[in-house]
Every structure is written in C-alpha cells, then in structure tokens.
Design a protein. Structure first.
Lengths: 112, 115
C-alpha cells in the first residue's frame, strides 16, 4: 500500500531555533518527493522537490534531504521565524501516474 | 496571472442539497485536480483531469462528479450533500503530472459545511 507518514504530528519551537521534520514513505514506483508549506486557511505551496538521485536540496532556510534506499526524507528549518508557523506536508509522486500520496502534515508553531 | 481561483470561499449546505464548486486556472495547465482536506488530515484526491474532456477517479470519488469541457475550468459537483462531505476542498493544476519539473499550484480552498 502506498503510504506517507510524517512525524512529529505537531511541534512548537522558539523563534530562532532550528527544527527537523521527518517523512517516511512506501510509495512505489517513486518519481519524486515534494515538501509543501500550507499556511492556515491557504492552499499548499511547493518548497522543494527531490528526485531519486538527489540527496540534499536547499531553498533559503529550508533544506530537504532524501534517502531513497531507506525511503526517508527530512525537512530542516534553520533560524526559524514566526512566519514559518504552518503545516508542512510531504508528498510522494509515482512514476507515470496522475496521482500522488500526501502525508498528514506536521504542524509547526514558532513562538517569540 | 491569477493562478488557480476557487469559488465560493465558504458554503453551508443542508443534507440532500446540491452544489457546484468552481475552479479556474489561467496558466494553460493540462492537469487539474480536486482534493479534500479533513481537519488534521492530509489531502485526499477526489478526481483529476489530464486535459479537456478527460477525467479520472482519485482515492475518494464517491458522492462527487466532475467535468472538464475547457482547459481552464474544472468544476466539482456534489449531488446529494451529506455531513461526511464537510471538509475544505482544494483545486490544483499542473502542466504535467508528477514529473520532476512539475509543480502543482493550489487554489485558496472552499470550506464546505453540511448540516
């Protein structure tokens, strides 16, 4: 069964601190993995995309990693800001399919 | 470009009523999708379309219908609303589907409550 599991379910950190979000998947055949940021009341917005051959990719203070052998990905946020408070969703896309599998997301709260 | 627009933003329905959620994109994307997101849960695919005149079921299609007569529009129809359809509905579009260079662009969502 194609599944995407994210942890933790929720996380509270202080402004300026770093954090790491985890994503484990069993989706096959794998095409690529994306991390989305979803602000409250808004649609998801793509942060990064990881293909099979990529191990690390950065987008500003966001760094995503991918281990295709263990089927794990992480999203590291550096020097968090209040605006980072959102839900972060891991999505895995299958090869040659019009469908993708979404994780339930990690809700991050950054406090001053 | 407006991107992906959805109307209405909010709607309350009574059990058994029908309605159509509208979705329009101005990016000339081939693929369009409808998702629902229940509180604290991930997005579930309802239907998707690979181009005008072509639609296919996603994970949770029961109780919904779609049509795609133009590239720009992808309306979602609820025929007999049920409380289980209370959710936030997101429309998305992409140029291709799932490829490394593809990105799904999401609309702002429609919050639907069925009482």
């Amino acid at each position: 069964k194609n599944q995407v599991e994210q942890s933790p379910q929720s996380l509270i950190i202080l402004e300026g601190k770093n954090c790491t979000l985890q994503c484990n998947y069993t989706v096959s055949p794998f095409s690529n993995l994306r991390w989305y940021k979803q602000d409250t009341g808004r649609g998801p917005v793509s942060l990064t995309i990881m293909t099979f051959s990529e191990n690390t990719k950065s987008n500003g203070r966001y760094t995503a990693t991918l281990d295709a052998d263990t089927k794990q990905s992480s999203l590291h946020i550096t020097a968090s800001q209040l605006s980072d408070s959102a839900s972060y969703i891991c999505v895995v896309y299958r090869t040659n399919a019009g469908k993708s599998t979404f994780g339930d997301g990690t809700t991050l709260t950054v406090k001053p | 470009n407006a991107g992906v627009t959805q109307t209405p933003k909010f709607r309350i329905l009574k059990i058994g009523q029908s309605m159509t959620l509208q979705c329009t994109q101005d990016m000339n994307h081939n693929y369009m999708y409808w998702y629902r997101q229940d509180p604290g849960m991930g997005l579930k695919l309802i239907y998707y379309s690979v181009g005008a005149g072509i639609t296919d079921k996603g994970e949770v299609p029961n109780g919904y219908n779609v049509s795609r007569s133009t590239t720009e529009d992808f309306p979602l129809r609820l025929e007999l609303a049920a409380p289980s359809q209370t959710s936030v509905y997101f429309c998305a579009s992409s140029y291709i589907s799932g490829g490394p260079s593809d990105t799904q662009y999401f609309g702002p969502g429609t919050r639907l409550t069925v009482l």
